[in-house]
Design a protein around this ligand. Structure first.
Ligand code: FAD
Length: 460
């Protein structure tokens, strides 16, 4: 057994862990990064990047289909999923290599193996060559999350797949059942619909995009139905299995549906169970998320960032937390972690974007909430693309005699491009007097932000 000592050890090389290691090395700490699989984590290898590579490459298909339906174009365009997968895999391999080079140049020791705690200052790393003990002054746990499964609803890699399996298919299935109407299910459904796959999506909560306000989820649902998706909301699934070469889903009411393949996209679970956290006094919730205090500290010298602490399951949240924790560890910052307005998007043909809070969240905290909305049908860019479904909404709270912007959300084609401006507006807590502090270029989708901000306010 070899033995090494570092100022900082980072466990997990996803967007959280890699960012933390690079920033710590820049700050002069001796740093080791432990990764059991591919550098880049879920985001680069099985998440954000593969989905966007495939969605991006095929983005013209639904737009051309609109023109064909409107009789302004003829002909067929067919993508090869196999060729796209090869292109995607080459890109991801190159990105992984670039990350490895960057880590090496920064002087970071990368250890390939599975880490678990051996004590408050010691990690044991099981490598292909045997066990290695690593000691640290500080540890950042950034082990991320994995697809959730439930008894009777488990990906088997045959007809019932998880997001990692399905992103490797080289042939599109004829039909696909998706369990879970959140971002992962929606993006993958959109992708396969471009290959002619018949999509059925099942969501237990009352509307798709269940973490958004109901009006957003319902508008999205209406648009996807028009595209031919079968949508079941408010329905619970009791089992999902491979049977006779197909995926068979049984609802709790006993009804059944089948498809060539099924995707389990009903949430994520923390990668925390094998870390021996009790050896260093790190606590977890009943669902396994690592409990962190206001400084993202899990125990005296141990911090947890990214998906594994369960705060926000997004790559940019992991990166933001990494930056914060490294500033705390290096003594540059000691305030509590108070993240600014969080941006989030569902990508694809019909997209969803949100910056800041939903109206529902603000109402639940007892605030006086108002919304103003603008439909995309009045936006010239949406009209020119033939993508006029959806709307933008601004969520305000009443503050004395004025209104303060606390959230912006939208659904429709291209609305993810609004996220930067919307995040700044919300973070700066715009009031109505700020709406014309900037000029909105014409014609752009940005004008829908202006229209939503300027529309009459409706009390909720
Ligand atoms: P991860 O990226 O999960 O990395 C954790 C790393 O730790 C992994 O490499 C894992 O192998 C390693 N690890 C775990 N346990 C150990 C151990 N014991 N020893 C050593 N190594 C270990 N987010 C967005 O912001 N935008 C998107 O568009 C987006 N799209 C997504 C699409 C899909 C299909 C999926 C599944 C996720 C998507 N996400 C997206 C979410 C995003 O991928 C995660 O929020 C992000 O990767 C979390 O980063 P992380 O650093 O916390 O963990």
């Amino acid at each position: 057994m070899t033995h090494e000592q570092y100022d900082l050890v980072v466990l997990g090389a996803g967007p959280g862990g890699s960012r933390a290691a690079l920033l710590a090395a820049q700050a002069g700490m001796t740093t080791a990064l432990v990764e059991q699989d591919d550098l880049g984590g879920t985001c680069l290898n099985w998440g954000c990047i593969p989905t966007k590579m495939l969605l991006g490459a095929t983005a013209s298909k639904p737009l051309l289909d609109i023109q064909r339906k409107q009789k302004s174009a003829t002909g067929e365009i067919n993508f090869s999923l196999n060729a796209l997968q090869q292109k995607k895999d080459r890109f991801i391999k190159g990105s992984r290599q670039a990350l490895g080079k960057q880590l090496k140049q920064a002087g970071i020791t990368v250890l390939t193996g599975t880490g678990s705690l051996a004590g408050p200052h010691e990690l044991e790393v099981a490598t292909a060559e045997g066990s290695q003990s690593v000691t640290f002054k500080k540890l950042i746990i950034a082990t991320g999350s994995t697809p959730a499964s439930f008894p009777g609803l488990q990906a088997d890699g045959d007809c019932v797949l998880d997001s990692s399996h399905i992103l490797s298919l080289t042939e599109a299935p004829e039909s696909l059942i998706i369990v879970g109407g959140g971002a992962i299910g929606l993006e993958i459904g959109d992708l396969f619909s471009r290959f002619g796959t018949q999509i059925t999506i099942v969501e237990a909560l009352p509307h798709l995009a269940p973490s958004e306000d109901a009006d957003i989820g319902e508008a999205l649902q209406k648009a996807l139905k028009r595209e031919g998706w079968t949508i079941h909301t408010g329905k619970r699934v009791s089992s999902l299995v491979t049977e006779s070469g197909n995926a068979k889903l049984t609802f709790e009411d006993g009804t059944e549906i089948t498809a060539a393949k099924a995707l389990m996209a009903a949430g994520r679970v923390p990668a925390s169970t094998t870390l021996q956290l009790d050896k260093a006094g790190v606590q977890i919730t009943s669902r396994g998320w690592i409990v962190t205090d206001n400084q993202l500290r899990a125990a005296g010298n141990i911090f947890a960032i990214g998906d594994v602490n369960g705060r926000t399951l997004l790559a940019h949240a992991a990166g933001h937390q990494a930056r914060y924790v490294v500033s705390v560890i290096s003594g540059k910052y000691e305030e509590d972690y108070l993240p600014p307005a969080m941006p989030s998007c569902v990508y694809g043909h019909m997209e969803v974007m949100r910056a800041g809070a939903t109206a529902k969240e603000l109402l639940e905290s007892g605030l006086d909430v108002f919304v103003s909305r603008a439909a995309l049908i009045a936006n010239p860019i949406a009209q020119s693309y033939g993508t006029t479904q959806g709307f933008v909404k601004a969520v305000w709270i009443k503050k004395e005699e004025s209104f303060e912007l606390r959230g912006m959300a939208a659904t429709g084609h291209g609305v993810s491009h609004l996220i930067g401006a919307a995040t700044i507006m919300v973070e700066q807590r715009w009031q109505q007097k700020n709406i014309h502090d900037i000029i909105y270029a014409h014609p752009t989708l940005d004008e829908a932000l202006e229209a939503a901000l300027s529309a009459p306010l409706e009390a909720l």
